[in-house]
Ligand binder design. Structure first.
Ligand code: TYD
Length: 425
């Protein structure tokens, strides 16, 4: 079953952007050994090449000192530096696409086995890797690692990497070479060391290696909560976490999210429009949504991105159905042609007492047309949300939003990542 095409990825600078942890650990090694601390540009050069080589080349150490420096580096790297790391956005898409195309994938890295395994595990990338070959006994030559990783009967093989070491290793091992310019090497370095093909973004890797494969589906996430629930902050934090895990996040909001939708938003939130009837309001939200679903939400998820939407259908059900007393059923009926079956895969609900939420909100900014509604309105909105959650508990991740921001962010990240990574298998 190991026949077919194999694609081997370098780790640092190709799958993950590890500069923060690597630079901090190299600086730590220099400080601890009472050596002059290299400048930022030099520290960045530690990414990719074998460490001992870098300590010799950039700090002028002799072989013994360089091995000692590597040990000190690892003291910090293996405990802290390891997780000062990000997966390049789009990498998850590439790995899913290669799997879909029936291509075998693996990792060859100059890093030792311990941290490599922990990084791949931490970011949920290990499940795609049929082989992981790491440096052992300070032997990190790519040619040898590649030969070790490939089964004898592999029909074709590629190395994907960001530095000359990857390209030269691939050439020596007699396999195809794809250089990526979003990592730490330049296009010039890659071409002069034998890159056959160049990718400027992770997505281009998939375009080169499995052209014509239909995109894998991304996901549609929404976040909901009463006005003042801290939704803005939590959306920001969640987008950052998903980006760090290698998802391509498309952020959007309702009402709005498309040029036409944003115009409708202005009408809806304008305090001058006090004469707007409840049904008009519900229809306008639905109209903006109809455009948003077709112009943004469906195309972006179909292209493999994670759409992260600030409010969606549940807001209409809670605000117009509950708050305006149009009734949840009628509001859902009004919205049926707008959403046409498109519901979020997961909705994060920030659960907070509406009085506490409103107190927070009013302290922050000038209220808009809906926020100036009396307390009873917001009480009905909150009840509306709770009804929706009861009706469809599987779609919601309910998070207590009254506590500490960091803890709320961590709980949301845990729940969303679990759902997204489960869906990619
Ligand atoms: P916004 O400024 O986005 O508020 P927030 O930051 O609290 O999300 O304004 C959106 C307002 O519109 C908010 O008060 C909720 C309301 N709304 C509805 O009443 N129905 C809907 O369908 C949507 C999407 C929003």
């Amino acid at each position: 079953m190991k026949q077919g095409t194999w694609v081997l990825f370098d780790l640092d600078g190709t799958l993950t952007q590890s500069e923060e942890g690597i630079c901090n650990s190299a600086r730590y090694a220099a400080e601890r050994m009472n050596l002059p601390v290299p400048d930022e540009a030099t520290l960045r050069k530690f990414i990719g090449p074998p460490l001992v080589w870098s300590f010799r080349e950039y700090l002028g150490l002799d072989p013994e000192e360089a091995i000692r420096a590597q040990e000190v580096y690892r003291e910090r790297y293996n405990t802290v530096g390891l997780f000062e790391n990000r997966v390049y956005p789009g990498i998850r898409y590439v790995l899913r696409m290669l799997k879909k195309a029936g291509i075998h994938t693996g990792v060859v890295t100059g890093k030792p086995e311990g941290p490599t395994g922990r990084i791949l595990e931490h970011f949920g990338l290990l499940k795609w890797m049929e082989t992981v070959v790491c440096a052992a006994d300070n032997k990190a030559e790519k040619e040898l690692l590649i030969r070790k990783a490939l089964p004898e009967d592999a029909a074709a093989a590629w190395i994907v990497g960001d530095r000359k070491f990857d390209m030269e290793g691939g050439v020596k091992a007699g396999i195809h070479t794809l250089g990526v310019t979003y990592g730490y090497g330049s296009e010039e370095e890659l071409i002069s060391s034998g890159a056959e093909r160049i990718a400027h973004t992770p997505r281009e890797i998939a375009e080169i290696l499995c052209p014509g494969t239909e995109p894998v589906r991304g996901a549609f996430l929404s976040m909901e909560g009463p006005d003042g629930s801290g939704k803005g902050t939590q959306l920001e934090r969640l987008a950052e976490t998903l980006d760090r895990y290698g998802f391509e996040v498309y952020r959007t909001r309702e009402p709005g999210g498309s040029p036409i939708g944003e115009k409708i938003r202005e009408i809806l939130l304008d305090r001058e429009n006090a004469a707007m009837t409840d049904v008009t309001e519900a229809l306008l939200y639905a109209a903006a949504r109809a455009q948003h679903v077709r112009e943004v939400i469906r195309p972006q998820t179909a292209a493999g991105r994670v759409v992260l939407c600030d409010r969606y259908l549940d807001s209409s059900a809670a605000y117009q159905g509950g708050g305006r007393k149009l009734g949840v059923e009628q509001v859902l009926a009004i919205n049926a042609p707008a959403v046409d079956g498109t519901l979020p895969d997961l909705t994060v609900y920030l659960d907070i007492d509406h009085r506490k939420a409103m107190a927070r909100r009013c302290a922050a900014t000038e209220p808009d047309r809906l926020e100036t509604e009396p307390e009873s309105f917001h009480a009905r909105v909150e009840d509306g949300y709770h009804q929706l959650i009861e009706q469809d508990p599987g779609r919601f991740a309910v998070v207590n939003a009254e506590g500490d921001r960091d803890e709320i962010a961590a709980e949301i990240a845990g729940k969303v990542l679990a759902r997204l990574t489960e869906a990619e298998d």
